[in-house]
Design a protein around this ligand. Structure first.
Ligand code: CU
Length: 349
């Protein structure tokens, strides 16, 4: 179809006819190659756009803990020479990263070398790295990234920290290219689907409810789940968010999701805002288990994801236990997902 359209468009050009640019509407009437059905009275189709915009990720507007891991829309088609602008509004950061042909994206735990931007120095032809870097990080407005496509082909890109988040740009000399309004409409449709997927995942996570089991010495052992992940979303929430403990009980944080998380108790100190800070990465004051006090900095460190699902590190490597000897309210956050509202409390009576 695209070759036929190219031939038709070329013929139209050669014949000096107007209307050689395709509208992008696949249903328009068209003659066989070499015989375009252009008449003097037909209105000239709109030229294929040379500037289009795509969104990178979004959040449920009613619930920032539901993050969409998708470009909206995931696939677009543009004409050669077109410029695409991606906007990542946050708060969950993403990247728009084109790896050169043959180079595999890193696993998320090795992605930090791609957190800095590496913009293209010339129109993109698939032979080099073109990378937005990771953003937005902290308050600083959205991340934007522009790339101009010089060569026909289909180019795939990824978010370096969310491997399931991929997109494609199909570049053609003809114009399967859609107008921005159609790109936006498809983005909205996909966003609606993934929001429903995320909302269902959050409901399921919360339905886990409050989990407890008899512990040693008549104490109770509580469990807190850290988020959950679906093919297009991350739920960035603790379940339960409030743990109704008694002094002497234990609580174990378990990461069964596809993203790394921490449970971090600031205890009157300051939690570094940079998730890559060694104070966030490492357990403090040491490995599991720990005895939690009301003051002082306690941190599980990055608990790794169960990724790919069911094939992550063994459960003990994704878990961390605190014993809590004294009554009080102990607030905790995930130091990676504070902007998305990932927080909870141990209410110890
Ligand atoms: Cu988190």
């Amino acid at each position: 179809m695209r070759h036929a359209r190219t031939a038709a468009a070329l013929s139209a050009l050669l014949l000096g006819l107007t209307g050689c640019a395709d509208s992008g509407d696949d249903n328009d009437a068209e003659g066989p190659a070499g015989a375009p059905s252009v008449s003097a009275s037909a209105p000239a189709p709109a030229p294929a756009p040379t500037e289009v915009a795509v969104r990178g990720g979004s959040h449920d507007p009613a619930d920032p803990t539901i993050a969409l891991l998708a470009y909206l829309p995931a696939s677009i088609a543009v004409v050669e020479g077109a410029t695409v602008t991606w906007t990542v509004a946050g708060p969950e950061p993403h990247s728009v990263t084109f790896f050169p042909a043959g180079q595999k994206p890193p696993t998320p735990d090795k992605a930090s070398e791609f957190f800095a931007p590496a913009p293209a120095t010339k129109p993109y032809d698939g032979s080099t790295l073109a990378n937005s870097g990771l953003g937005p990080q902290g308050p600083g407005g959205p991340l934007t990234f522009k790339l101009t496509f010089a060569k026909a082909g289909t180019f795939t890109y990824v978010c370096v920290i969310h491997p399931q988040m991929t997109g494609t740009v199909a570049v053609g000399a003809d114009a399967a290219a859609e107008p921005q309004a159609e790109i936006d409409a498809r983005g909205k449709t996909e966003e609606g689907q993934w929001l429903a997927e995320g909302q269902a995942a959050k409901k399921k996570l919360l339905e886990t409810g409050v989990q407890s089991a008899p512990g040693s010495n008549g104490r109770t052992a509580w469990t807190v789940q850290m988020g959950s992940t679906t093919p297009h979303t991350d739920v960035l929430a603790f379940a339960p968010a409030m743990v109704p403990m008694k002094a002497g009980d234990t609580v174990t944080f378990v990461n069964g999701s596809g993203a790394p998380h921490t449970a971090t108790f600031a205890g009157g100190t300051t939690v570094p805002p940079n998730p890559e800070d060694p104070k966030v990465l490492a357990p403090a004051p040491g490995g599991s288990p720990q005895t939690l006090k009301a003051t002082g900095y306690y941190n599980t460190g990055w608990l790794p994801p169960d990724a790919p699902p069911g094939q992550g590190p063994p459960l003990p490597a994704r878990s961390f236990t605190f014993q809590v000897p004294s009554a009080g309210s102990y607030n905790f956050i995930c130091a990676l997902h504070v902007p998305s509202g990932m927080a909870g409390q141990l209410a110890v009576a």
